[in-house]
Design a protein around this ligand. Structure first.
Ligand code: ZN
Length: 154
């Protein structure tokens, strides 16, 4: 059974508020992933790239090793069945490592911090979990002020 159409509001809510992946959306609406891509384009939502062009790019990309890509300095792992994978089916590796350590999925609020500030060092000992964004920012400010204080001799 295919549904007549997907409204902009429905798609927006499921994708941005409920963080559904393309795969999950296609199941939700009982249609193909390419139709979801078309609706994204029609409604002007990002991303404009469909899965096919993305995987082509991925193979050309030297950073692409067995389904791993680098974006914004972070390592992303292909995991299309993960409940919080992005539209292209990728999950940040540091979050996956933390989830494995905790034995549960992270909430959307939780932030994983890199203790040595290296975004690619996803060793579990280098990762620290903050319960939310503001706790994480608070930590960064505290550290910044501390280091500034030492440098200024205070
Ligand atoms: Zn941080």
């Amino acid at each position: 059974m295919t549904r007549k159409d997907i409204t902009k509001e429905e798609l927006y809510d499921l994708y941005y508020n409920k963080n559904m992946s393309y795969l999950q959306l296609s199941r939700e609406f009982g249609c193909s992933i390419s139709l979801i891509c078309k609706r994204f384009k029609r409604y002007g939502f990002e991303p404009s790239k469909n899965i096919r062009t993305l995987s082509k790019e991925g193979k050309k990309n030297p950073a692409w090793i067995s389904g791993t890509i680098k974006r914004h300095g972070y390592v992303y792992v292909k995991n299309r069945t993960h409940p919080f994978c992005n539209a292209e089916g990728y999950v940040p590796e540091h979050r996956l490592v933390m989830e494995k350590k905790l034995g549960r999925h992270l909430t959307q609020e939780e932030i994983v911090h890199h203790l040595d500030f290296s975004r690619t060092n996803n060793n579990e000992d280098n990762l620290y979990l903050f319960e939310n964004k503001s706790k994480h920012i608070e930590y960064h400010h505290l550290l910044h002020n501390l280091v500034g204080g030492i440098l200024n001799g205070n």
